[in-house]
Design a protein around this ligand. Sequence first.
Ligand code: COA
Length: 310
Amino acid sequence: MIRQPATIVASAAYLPPNRVPNAHFEGYLDTSDAWIFERTGIKERRWADDTMSTSDMGLMAAQKALEKAGITPRDIDLLLVATMTPDQPLPSTAALIQSKLDGCKAPAMDISAACSGYLYGLSVAKAYIESGMYQNILLIGCEKMTQVVDPLDRSTVILFGDGAGASVIKAGGKGLRIDRIVLGLDGHLNHALFIPQSGKMKMLGQEIFKTAIQRGVETIEFLLHQEKIAIEEIDHLVFHQANLRIIQNIQKRFNVPSEKIPTSIDFTANTSAASIPILLESIPHQENQRYLSVAFGAGFTYAGAIFTSL
Ligand code: COA
């Protein structure tokens, strides 16, 4: 039996309405708008208020993605949620979202791979669809980063934002065919970015910065080699949005023009597992284009994917 290739048929984003400009931090931390913008490319981020949870944001993005895909919650065979900021330890955020998605009876689970979570989740969706087990998968990346960052730590609180992105992945159809996904993990670097059982996020910024560039470059080289294509044949380089300087360092190695690199870091900051589906929503669909996506995050996880638009 010929299996249909896993294809992202729709992506949608949700950002909470509260915009927090860099100037907000100048009031109580030893930092400045200029420092933050020059070192990271961030101008503002969105923060969810106390009434909005990770699952609420995930639900909003999911409903938009389902509508765009023209399917209902009843049609979903599997629900995956990539998050490092679950509403609570149990049940999973995926289970909470399933209960809020009217009519959805799908099995559901969380994926914990930090900022690589969306691409890790996409690899799970691809494997299930191409094995023939499921036809319609909803993958959500959603994060309430404000619940895990220390508001008084100037090196982390400025970097992160809240938000959600969701994709519907189907067997066949029009959209982004997932041609290849590669996953990786440097477990010896798990001390470089972590959240203790009780406490807030701790990060060795420079170590993460250097490793992100190194693994980002290697992941792109590996994918190009596997697909037997040149970087010039890529139309959109879709990076996880952590720091504009990380993106620019990788861009320089491959000499890719900026028009091929969509960014949202200036207005979203780092939304972890939500950042890639948020960006995917913003790219106008044109047939026969190639996308290369790269993500990295705590673990130290990294991942890359190549898509072709149909
Ligand atoms: N405002 C002003 N100064 C700050 C600051 C801020 N918000 N945050 C850190 N600094 C200070 C540091 O304390 C340090 O001061 P010191 O020299 O007195 O010790 C100085 O700036 C330089 O720190 P350094 O870590 O060398 O800065 P940097 O240029 O590497 O930028 C990060 C810091 C955090 C922006 C950068 O390392 C980074 O983005 N790393 C990757 C983080 C990331 O992406 N994490 C998520 C991965 S998915």
